[in-house]
Design a protein around this ligand. Structure first.
Ligand code: NDP
Ligand code: HSE
Length: 428
């Protein structure tokens, strides 16, 4: 049988789908026990349609979503437009019309996934989104299927290809922030609004989805604290190197005694930690669990072909289930009530970078402030001052988010101290 697909959008990822369907057709047909045909592609307007046709794209481009929704021959709708609207409306229409849907839209799934998944279940259709987390790494299906027997306790991940690519270029090759971002955009890694990449928002969306698959808990996007790479200074990078760390934007989802905690933040990773060598557009998801122990899933987190590969895997899975007449199973069946962790239970080492007056007694003042919150130092580094101010770096042993918030307030209350940055440190 030939299964007809309606594509929504024909940008970076979507335009990689025909390549795989053609170049890997034998294996895909064998796996799905069906062929696939891209029957219609929704583009924004006639101008875009004419531009694509003139460029030699021989497809049936349409500009009205109803031409796909009302086409009873189309069984699978693949949404690759991004953003919330009109993607949400179009996916809802497709599901209501009984079509199976594949998407890579983490923004939408992290913020409105609950209602979309419920609608898909109600209609008995599939809604799959493997590409939404870590692009080419098949992490969602791995968590949902291969790790069902294991209990996941923590997921750490380099989850944004754009920011990791930028950090690698800036730190290892001395590129400027602007040049690194421009190249990430040209290579098709960045979101249409790259603020989502560099401010940790894209990784926070992925953390929401990972909490569902890893921990069975659907948390809200607002429950994920997030900070991006834009605040990292060259000094932070240099000090990290001097102390034996690498700074990366890391997503951290873990279950404590009181509940789940999800954060995205620049993080000091010990050089020997496997995540510290994940460079460029590569992503990695490091899973801690009671059975396997530690496992890491590594691969390109963005880019046309890697992402399209994950999208096509979802299409093939739906095709096979259609052939076997057992379509409609939820992508992730692990569900428990969501419980957020008490901040007092969420603990890590922290790095503090501060400017203090360049005169005696400052380390004592700092020791009193940290001691007042029962926080102990792991490393202290003072750089030679300029007579006015001196730069001090403190790495602490594990402290809780409550202690972090208290000590930060106390440091900020000292008018002659400047707290430049504080980042999580793994392993202290
Ligand atoms: P692009 O911006 O390259 O492509 C999206 C396309 O959809 C654009 O051509 C856009 O047109 C078009 N579009 C937007 N609105 C409409 C509309 N109303 N009707 C028809 N077409 C529309 O994005 P990507 O291909 O990079 O990303 C697609 C999805 O995949 C996003 O959800 C993204 O987050 C996700 N993703 C992307 C990855 C990547 O590496 N790029 C990796 C993993 C996931 P226009 O440009 O004119 O707005
Ligand atoms: N913009 C995203 C990234 C795409 O750079 O990781 C993959 O989700």
């Amino acid at each position: 049988m030939t299964i007809k697909i309606g594509l929504l959008g024909f940008g970076t990822v979507a335009s990689g789908i025909p390549f795989l369907l053609k170049e890997n057709s034998e294996k895909i047909t064998a796996a799905a026990k069906s062929d696939f045909e891209i029957a219609k592609i929704l583009v924004k307007d006639d101008e875009e349609k004419n531009r694509l046709l003139a460029a030699g794209n021989d497809y049936n481009f349409i500009t009205n979503i109803d031409d796909i929704v009302n086409d009873t021959d189309i069984q699978i709708v693949v949404e690759l437009m991004g953003r919330i609207e009109p993607a949400k409306t179009f996916i809802t229409k497709a599901l209501e019309a009984g079509k199976h849907v594949v998407s890579a839209n983490k923004d939408l799934i992290a913020t409105h996934g609950k209602e979309i998944i419920a609608l898909a279940q109600e209609k008995g259709v599939a809604f799959y989104y493997e590409a939404a987390v870590a692009g080419g790494i098949p992490i969602l299906r791995t968590l949902a299927n291969s790790l069902t027997s294991d209990k996941v306790t923590r997921i750490l991940g380099v989850l944004n290809g754009t920011s990791n690519f930028m950090m690698t270029k800036m730190v290892d090759e001395g590129w400027t922030y602007e040049a690194a971002l421009k190249t990430a955009q040209e290579l098709g890694y960045a979101e249409s609004d790259p603020t989502n990449d560099v401010e940790g928002i894209d990784a926070a969306y992925k953390a929401v989805i990972l909490s569902q698959f890893g921990f069975g808990m659907t948390i809200d996007f607002d429950d994920v604290s997030h900070q991006g790479i834009s605040t990292i200074t060259p000094d932070d990078v240099a000090v990290a190197q001097e102390l034996g760390y690498v700074i990366k934007l890391v997503g951290d989802v873990r279950e404590t005694e009181s509940g789940i905690s999800a954060q995205v933040s620049p993080t000091f990773l010990p050089k020997e930690h496997p995540l510290s060598s994940v460079n460029g557009v590569m992503n990695a998801v490091f899973v801690e669990s009671i059975g396997i122990g530690e496992s890491m899933y590594y691969g390109p987190g963005a880019g046309q072909k890697p992402t399209a590969t994950s999208v096509v895997a979802d299409i093939v899975r739906i095709g096979r289930r259609l052939t076997d007449a057992n379509v409609g199973k939820a992508f992730n069946e692990y569900n428990r009530p969501a419980k957020l962790a008490d901040p007092a239970d969420v603990k890590s080492g922290y790095y503090f970078s501060l400017n203090v007056p360049d005169k005696k007694g400052q380390i004592l003042r700092l020791a009193q402030i940290f001691n007042g919150e029962d926080i102990s130092f792991s490393q202290v580094l003072q750089q030679r001052g300029d007579g006015q101010k001196a730069h001090i770096v403190i790495v602490t042993h594990a402290l809780s988010l409550t202690q972090l918030s208290n000590v930060t307030a106390k440091l900020n209350a000292e008018s002659d101290f400047t707290l430049i940055n504080s980042f999580k440190v793994l392993g202290d």
